[in-house]
Write a protein that binds this ligand. Structure first.
Ligand SMILES: [Zn+2]
Length: 229
């Protein structure tokens, strides 16, 4: 189990840490700024010591983070290391992730899935195709970006979440539970939902968005894909 520094401060770009376990190409640290693939958001890349981190994944145990190192990397348990995120990439992930919260508020329909990569992101909706108008969605998204609303993370208990099922917006993504509490992201006046990902502090930081594609992925999945302009 690692201390997940990105949960308290998603803007941390580096930290010192100690290697606590080595599993083949992957290592665990006692604390980390690396977000592991989850909730639809891609895992972080960067450097640990002199070695490239190619991907970050969750382990089978709660709060276990596996940093996947380049082939040939040679780190041993107990080593003290300096870690460094690919910050530009992570910041794009944070901007696109926060953009999906806006998209989920603009398109009023159940969300059936989603994915955030560093070059584009999408949500899938259970909605009729005719109700998805590209130019209207893009215009509304960019209005919300320009409003410059501060985002607000907060925590509630698992029991409180069970009492408010409307906070779980994405049917295919289980909310991040652990230690009996769940993290929420509020974008006041726009969105409130359970989410363990990394977000920007203010919607203005997202910058201009483009709706690049709206496509049917099946009867209950209509996919809206965004890119940063
Ligand atoms: Zn989120």
């Amino acid at each position: 189990m690692a201390e997940l520094l990105f949960r308290q401060d998603p803007y941390l770009k580096s930290c010192e840490a100690t290697v606590v376990a080595v599993h083949g190409d992957s290592i665990e640290l006692d604390r980390t700024v690396f977000y592991p693939l989850g909730g639809g958001q891609a895992g972080d890349t960067g450097k640990i010591g002199q070695w490239r981190v190619l991907d970050t994944r969750k382990g089978p145990v709660a709060d276990q983070v596996l940093h996947v190192l380049e082939p040939g990397a040679n780190l041993t348990t107990g080593s003290k290391v300096e870690t460094q995120l690919d910050w530009e990439r992570r910041h794009r992930l944070m901007r696109l992730h926060t953009a999906l919260h806006l998209l989920g508020a603009v398109v009023k329909a159940p969300v059936t899935g989603g994915r955030i990569n560093d070059d584009k992101a999408h949500l899938d909706f259970d909605i009729e195709m005719e109700r998805l108008v590209k130019d209207a969605i893009e215009a509304r998204l960019n209005e919300l970006v320009k409003t410059g609303v501060q985002t607000r993370p907060m925590w509630i208990t698992d029991a409180e979440l069970d009492a408010r099922p409307e906070l779980v917006k994405t049917m295919s993504v289980a909310p991040p539970r652990g230690e009996g509490r769940v993290r929420l992201l509020e974008i006041p006046g726009i969105d409130l939902q359970a989410c363990g990902g990394t977000h920007v502090a203010n919607t203005a930081e997202i910058g201009t968005l483009k709706v690049v594609r709206i496509r049917s992925e099946g009867k209950r999945n209509k996919r809206v894909t965004l890119e940063l302009a």
